[in-house]
Design a protein around this ligand. Structure first.
Ligand SMILES: Cc1cc2nc3c(=O)[nH]c(=O)nc-3n(C[C@H](O)[C@H](O)[C@H](O)COP(=O)(O)OP(=O)(O)OC[C@H]3O[C@@H](n4cnc5c(N)ncnc54)[C@H](O)[C@@H]3O)c2cc1C
Length: 396
């Protein structure tokens, strides 16, 4: 009876909810190998020293990771969103700072030019962003406008063939290494967020400078800085999309970016879970391994279940994007859920390690600090709930 229900064709790898194509599996395996052998050994050091690992970025570029979701026409490999997401996940398992660097570069620093830039602008920047000649950054947040990014104060005034920008942006990932910055500025103050436009700002723009970022709680191997515009002049053709559509452009960019933050959070959770699983099977207390204590088993079981659920949400959102379907709600759900899973899992992983988890000797305290970013960057958890609620109520 059972035999009759079996399929006669080869099923993909659905056992772990992966269902990946051969190419996606190959990219995941290649990045996993790279992450374990070259990224993991530096993770504690770059966190401790607050340094950006330039050599690691060079290797990431050599492996072609920044080009995965972009078309071959611009130097990419047409691998799709899910393959790119797998790369962020694998890097983040061992070093979330490195995962964040790639995610910010691809989803925020490159994608807006790819999706909304004029053809000449795309040809000028995308191949350089893929080949590593430039790193990309994304400047939305301002000192007085974070979650409420519709209150952007930076202004842009058209003077002849140039826009003149004034204002500042803060917390901008990759800023010190970036060659181009995707930024918002107000071109019409009278119509609220409909008066915000998006620009690609070259690092060399006259009047544009950087200011050192604060010391961070986590993600210390990821770079950040503030952007300062003092009559900064950029060519008129560096406007992305029509004037006044910058806010919508940025919100759509964040829809995609959130899937990569979901992957970042998923990777952190997986990394912490794998550490806890191993430690629990090595450490003895009361005459048996921790993994033989039911209280510890329950923690591990919950971690595994939460990770599995997060993985489904993250991959599902990526697949919707690849299929050209809407993914605003699913991207927000993936990001929100995976971020909260990362917080729970890293917190419990420290508990499994006990006092050793609280020390720098083991990586789980770093993972916990890194995970916190996922509940804040690219829209806080509260903002994700607002987005999901809006989507549910809007489509009801
Ligand atoms: C490591 C790191 C990297 C970052 N990288 C970038 C980057 O590359 N580019 C970029 O532009 N920005 C970046 N950011 C900024 C980040 O996107 C903002 O910090 C975030 O959007 C929140 O804005 P805020 O800090 O101004 O907080 P606020 O907006 O002031 O929010 C403070 C608190 O109030 C809550 N809150 C606000 N409004 C509401 C509301 N309506 N309902 C309920 N709760 C609300 C928030 O959820 C939060 O808990 C980065 C931040 C970090 C920490």
């Amino acid at each position: 009876m059972e035999g009759q229900l079996r399929t006669t064709y080869e099923l993909p790898d659905i056992r772990h909810g992966l269902d990946l194509t051969e190419d996606q599996g190959m990219i995941r395996d290649m990045v996993r190998e790279f992450a374990q052998s070259e990224v993991a050994p530096l993770a504690a050091k770059i966190d401790e020293e607050h340094t950006f690992p330039v050599e690691t970025w060079t290797r990431i570029v050599e492996l072609g990771l920044p080009g995965i979701p972009f078309s071959e026409e611009y130097g990419g490999s047409d691998g799709g969103t899910l393959a790119y997401i797998l790369a962020v996940e694998e890097l983040s398992k061992v070093c979330a700072s490195t995962g964040l660097t790639l995610a910010a570069h691809v989803s925020l620093g490159t994608y807006p030019i790819y999706a909304w830039g004029a053809e000449a602008l795309k040809r000028e920047y995308i191949p350089k962003l893929i080949s590593g000649e430039y790193m990309g950054a994304y400047g939305l947040t301002e000192p007085g406008a974070g979650s409420d990014s519709g209150s952007t104060r930076t202004t842009a005034v058209l003077e002849g063939d140039e826009y003149v920008l004034n204002g500042r942006k803060c917390f901008i990932t990759n800023a010190n290494h970036a060659g181009v910055f995707i930024c918002t500025a107000v071109t019409d103050k009278t119509i609220g967020s409909k008066g915000i436009s998006a620009f690609a700002v070259p690092r060399t723009a006259p009047g544009f400078s950087l200011e050192k970022g604060e010391i961070k709680l986590g993600m210390r191997g990821s770079d950040w800085a503030s952007l300062v515009f003092e009559d900064a002049r950029i060519p008129r053709d560096h406007l992305l999309g029509p004037e006044g559509e910058g806010f919508a452009t940025f919100m759509k960019t964040l829809d995609g970016g959130r899937i990569s933050i979901g992957a970042l959070a998923l990777g952190i959770a997986e990394g912490a879970y794998e550490c806890a699983l191993q430690y629990a099977q090595e450490r003895e207390a009361f005459g048996k391994f921790l993994s033989d204590q039911q209280a510890v088993q329950f923690k591990l079981a919950d971690m595994a279940m939460q990770i599995e659920a997060a993985r489904h949400l993250v991959y599902h959102a990526a697949r919707l994007k690849d299929a050209g379907m809407t993914y605003t709600k699913e991207g927000a759900m993936a990001k929100l859920f995976a971020s909260e899973v990362a917080m729970h899992v890293t917190y419990d992983a420290i508990q499994v390690y006990g006092g050793y988890g609280f020390s720098r000797e083991y990586p789980v305290e770093r993972m916990w600090r890194d995970a916190k970013l996922c509940t804040i960057g690219e829209g806080t958890s509260e903002i994700q709930r607002m987005i999901i609620a809006r989507q549910i109520l809007h489509s009801a």
